[in-house]
Design a binder for this molecule. Structure first.
Ligand SMILES: Nc1ncnc2c1ncn2[C@@H]1O[C@H](COP(=O)(O)OP(=O)(O)OP(=O)(O)O)[C@@H](O)[C@H]1O
Length: 559
């Protein structure tokens, strides 16, 4: 396929009635969040209709007409808890779930990214614990998150509510995530653990090796945030171990809450089986809705492999020139690619701070990078999927996804890092030409993606390609080889979707090494050789014997 640049295949969004709907009714197309006109009386049952009202940029939009004060007026939450909530009106998902969670029902809640799901479960949990919790500080609420960053963010919101309610000395809040000092956690287990927010791996370590099991005798509430991610096969074994450490629900009843913006069919069955038959299912999405936002513009472009990163650079440069407060998260498919791309972007004249976070960095480095990025007005964060879900960083103006997302749900969650709390934002997906099939995958055409409006000339792709030629000469072969190996490992897993043979994916990987990584090694005969791959790595990838690979016993990287 020969291309002169991004190929556009405009797709029309189905005539979806976009809007925020309660389980009861589908409302007319909604405008972005706006504080509604005051409700007529507190005495009425809280209604959840969305009304349009003049919105201001500082206000979250599409709120419900239900006030948190309505719950306090009815004695459902205490005045102390109300003091800890920094908002007046509930979002639709909060208004739809608060009653059920306060009364101890199981809940499965689906609501778009950035619409307040965290407080939807934290407010009622803390209210219930303020009234009834274990006298010796055993775990009453166990909240699981698929990523460390999200667990820390949930804990920070819980801390805000506890402090606001003056409960921080009565209820112990602990956050247990991998990559941090486990001795601190072991010590924390001896104290009050009323609320525990954790990632599965660290929690299991503490249960199996450090006596946390003894503090899990009577949890009142078990929460899976980003539940579809935690319920998918990747976490199955860990989740089973955690549930096995909890007392059986028959003898020790507990509430279970599942929250996410997406619930693909593949996890819906297990989700329902894990909840009581009496559970409440809440969705603020209409039947036609997709989980992405009506107020986030989505673009895509398909480019020749060698222009993929120069197009990234040109797009960033264009955004910087248009908006001094431009703040971007770039998602890549592997940690190694995130690190490599951040290094390249730092070495070309973009004149904007570049940060990186991914699973190959130490936890302190990940936290430092995120903290710096959060407080910088205009910056770029290059990230693997450790920040794809739940992470709430105000004022992300753009999400740029580079390469084939693992599935539509992950695309939606990544996109959801922008356009939060009713604000606007844009999402751009850049694919290399061999990935173009994804645009015709199931569930993608409904997303309403539009053609990338900038041409290669506008993006000065050839100029940025020249800058990258120079930047890659400073990159070590070690970084290139690691990126090549990670690239091959990722795409080998997508062979069926790519409709490619192992031979073709190896050839494409070698094109990636030559044209993108500028990997220049040659053999004694002066012939280009691919980056070396350990034989056992090739075996694990199921590519043994595939022509084009450079199988070695030892990796002889230069640093
Ligand atoms: N009632 C409210 N009024 C205004 N803003 C709110 C309200 N509730 C939450 N927010 C804010 O909205 C933003 C998004 O909230 P949150 O991170 O909980 O969204 P989410 O639905 O969990 O998103 P994701 O699906 O990405 O995890 C946060 O900045 C939060 O402080």
């Amino acid at each position: 396929m020969s291309h002169n640049g991004p190929r556009f295949v405009a797709r029309k969004r189905r005539g979806a009635t976009r809007g925020v709907a309660t389980a009861a009714a589908t409302r007319p197309k909604s405008t972005p969040y706006s504080n509604p006109a005051p409700s007529t009386s507190n005495a009425e049952a809280p209604s959840t209709s969305t009304v349009e009202a003049p919105s201001t940029s500082s206000q979250m939009k599409n709120l419900s007409t239900v006030r948190f004060a309505d719950y306090a007026a009815k004695g459902l939450i205490s005045q102390d808890i109300l003091k800890g909530i920094p908002f007046e009106f509930c979002t639709p998902v909060q208004a739809e779930t608060l009653d059920a969670i306060l009364t101890g029902s199981d809940v499965l809640a689906q609501a778009k990214t950035g619409t307040g799901k965290t407080l939807a479960f934290l407010v009622p949990i803390i209210e219930r614990l303020s009234r009834d919790h274990s006298p010796n500080g055993d775990v009453s609420a166990l909240i699981l998150s698929p990523t460390r960053e999200l667990a820390q963010q949930i804990a920070s919101e819980a801390g805000m509510l506890l402090r606001g309610a003056g409960l921080q000395s009565r209820l112990g809040l602990q956050v247990f995530v991998g990559g941090t000092n486990i001795n601190r956690d072991i010590n924390a287990i001896k104290g009050r653990c009323d609320i525990v927010v954790a990632t599965p791996g660290r929690l299991i370590d503490l249960i199996e090796q450090h006596n946390l099991r003894s503090r899990l005798r009577s949890p009142q509430c078990f929460v899976l945030d980003e539940a579809d991610r935690l319920l998918d096969s990747g976490f199955k074994a860990e989740l089973e171990k955690i549930i096995a450490a909890l007392p059986p629900r028959a003898t020790a009843p507990r509430q279970t809450l599942f929250f996410s913006a997406t619930f693909p069919a593949s996890v819906q069955k297990i989700a329902r089986l894990s909840l009581l038959p009496t559970h409440k299912h809440v969705s603020t999405l209409t039947a036609e809705d997709v989980a992405t936002h009506e107020h986030v513009d989505q673009y895509f472009g398909v480019v020749p492999m060698r222009d993929l990163y120069p197009t990234v650079a040109g797009t960033l440069a264009k955004w910087v020139s248009e908006d001094p407060k431009m703040k971007v998260i770039i998602f890549t498919n592997t940690a190694r690619t995130a690190g490599m791309l951040a290094e390249v972007l730092e070495n070309i004249p973009l004149n904007i701070p570049i940060y990186a976070t991914h699973s190959r960095l130490s936890q302190p480095k990940r936290e430092k990078s995120m903290a710096e990025f959060r407080k910088t007005v205009s910056a770029v964060l290059v990230s693997s999927d450790v920040t794809a879900r739940g992470i709430d960083i105000p004022d992300i103006t753009h999400v740029l996804q580079v390469g084939l997302p693992s599935n539509v749900e992950q695309y939606v969650h990544r996109l959801g890092r922008t356009a939060r709390a009713g604000k606007g934002g844009s999402g751009t997906l850049l694919l290399a030409d061999f990935e173009h099939f994804w645009m015709t995958s199931k569930g993608v055409s409904e997303l309403g993606m539009k053609p990338l409006p900038m041409t290669p000339e506008v993006l000065q792709v050839s100029l940025w390609r020249d800058h990258m030629d120079k930047a890659f000469t400073f990159m070590s072969d070690k970084t290139k080889c690691q990126s090549y190996s990670a690239w091959l490992g990722y795409y080998k897993g997508s062979l069926r979707n790519l409709r490619m043979t192992p031979e073709q994916i190896v050839q494409t990987a070698n094109t990636y090494a030559r044209e993108v990584l500028r990997f220049q090694r040659v053999n004694g005969a002066g012939k280009w050789v691919a980056p070396g791959l350990l034989k056992r790595t090739i075996g694990k990838m199921g590519l043994r014997g595939v022509p084009g690979l450079n199988a070695v016993d030892v990796l002889d990287y230069d640093e």
